[in-house]
Design a protein around this ligand. Structure first.
Ligand SMILES: [Zn+2]
Length: 163
């Protein structure tokens, strides 16, 4: 399969993935929250904050909501947290919702592209199997965000794609 056909196939598979706009929480009380979410999860977290709790993220490894400190509760009243974003920010990792893992819109920084490319080219000695639309979306995001200085690596990656 030549590169153009492979790339076409990758794009077709990636287009089966539903990508939703990226949001984040402005005025998060206390520590800075630099997570990105789908709109549903963002609104759920904000509803939690208004009730005085931090709703757990996947990475928190807890099930129960965590109560906010008195200071943070005061901050919620004085500077109400609200939904921000929705326009496709720039990310150092493939943008997915911090809570439900949904693919989000956004672009990748040059560093993210470099890391993803070397990950795929180093880890996978043989071919890179495009096993699912989700995997196709991940690979296609890297390829479409690559600048011309990455062109050689991109060509190598496309060469290794297997369907
Ligand atoms: Zn979500």
């Amino acid at each position: 399969m030549n590169h153009e056909i492979k790339l076409g196939k990758l794009k077709a598979m990636a287009s089966e993935v539903t990508v939703v706009p990226d949001y984040w929480i402005a005025n998060y009380p206390g520590q800075h929250n630099c997570q990105q979410y789908c709109l549903d999860c963002c609104e759920k977290h904000i509803a939690g904050l208004e009730k005085g709790v931090h709703t757990p993220e996947r990475d928190d490894r807890v099930e129960e909501p965590i109560p906010l400190s008195e200071e943070d509760k005061l901050s919620v009243v004085e500077n109400p947290p609200h939904v921000d974003g929705g326009w496709g920010s720039e990310y150092d990792n493939l943008p997915v919702c911090s809570t439900c893992d949904a693919p989000l819109s956004g672009s990748l920084t040059d560093m993210a592209v470099s890391e993803e490319l070397s990950h795929h080219l180093e880890v996978n000695e043989g071919s890179v199997l495009v096993a699912s639309p989700r995997k196709a979306w991940e690979l296609e995001s890297v390829i479409s965000n690559a600048s011309c200085e990455h062109q050689a690596s991109v060509e190598l990656l496309i060469e290794k794609l297997s369907f």
